[in-house]
Design a protein around this ligand. Structure first.
Ligand SMILES: [Zn+2]
Length: 287
């Protein structure tokens, strides 16, 4: 992973403790990932903190600390991918390709390492909403609400999973699903129509980076409506003291999508979902 970085710089980053290699429990490991033959490859490498001043929706500026993290590739995995291609199990291949080898981020605010049960949002990358501001989904408003919540509470974190575009299928396939949705398919059907999983996201790495940044403190409060995130983080040893709903960003453009998510187990209160029979004027308007 770090083969293109000058070894002297890697050494400097390690010495300054701004590059860490951790195992699957989030414990620090002795360096050695640059040696491809080293059997003791770390599970994640974590770079940071890098101070990032962020402007909130309110216009207020708040300081977050950014860590970038990446899961290391494994030779076994590459062999497994090759075998699956050979046996044409392409449906199973997608999560492997989409989850690995991408650099994700955690942005923390306040005294995240030691604060009692801080709020955490695990956010799946959504270029169309987070960056372009599309209202076909509610991702962008959720992201901004999570930053604001961390600041309001004095401490918290947003984990930005870069490999989760389109619930794990990637941006290209997501564009196809949007076109299929506009032909009448719902968001989950559109994924399966492509021969892709409905949801191939894996939140295991989020649990590991939380352990690494809060080694003595496993309890968090999770901002989510998604039961998969709750179960994956619990499987990863995170104690979820409370699940806080994050219901923002409803518009007439994403109503069908939100109902589809609810039908798949997302905990979205009925009161937040206006009936489709209502005229557009009665639906929440775009901000
Ligand atoms: Zn989205």
């Amino acid at each position: 992973m770090f083969s293109y970085i000058d070894p002297a710089i890697v050494e400097l980053l390690l010495r300054k403790n701004v590059l860490r290699h951790v195992d699957q429990q989030g414990h620090d490991m002795a360096p050695g990932p640059d040696n491809a033959d080293n059997a003791e490859l770390p599970y994640l490498s974590i770079l940071g903190p890098v101070p990032l001043p962020i402007t909130l929706d309110s216009g207020e500026e708040a300081l977050f600390q950014w860590h970038a993290f990446v899961r290391h590739s494994e030779y076994g995995l590459i062999k497994e991918v090759a075998e699956r291609i050979r046996t044409d199990q392409t449906r199973d291949l997608v999560p492997l390709l989409s989850t690995y080898m991408q650099v994700s981020s955690i942005l923390t605010h306040g005294d995240f390492a030691t604060s009692e049960a801080p709020v955490v949002r695990v956010h799946s990358c959504c270029m169309t909403s987070d960056v372009f501001g599309s209202r076909r989904c509610e991702c962008g408003p959720q992201l901004h609400a999570a930053f604001a919540r961390a600041v309001d509470e004095g401490a918290g974190a947003v984990i930005y999973m870069s490999s989760h575009e389109g619930r794990g299928i990637g941006l290209w396939a997501k564009a196809v699903t949007y076109l299929l949705q506009d032909m009448g398919q719902d968001t989950y059907e559109a994924n399966t129509a492509l021969g892709l999983p409905e949801d191939s996201r894996d939140f295991a790495d989020a649990a590991v980076v939380l352990h690494a940044l809060r080694p003595q403190n496993r309890a968090i409060r999770l901002l989510t409506n998604n039961p998969l995130k709750i179960s994956d983080l619990k499987k990863g040893g995170i104690e979820i003291r409370e699940v806080l709903p994050l219901v923002v960003g409803f518009t007439k453009h994403n109503l069908r999508y939100m109902k589809s998510k609810k039908s798949k187990g997302h905990d979205i209160p009925d009161a937040a979902l206006p009936d489709t029979a209502l005229p557009d004027a009665a639906l929440p308007e775009d901000k």
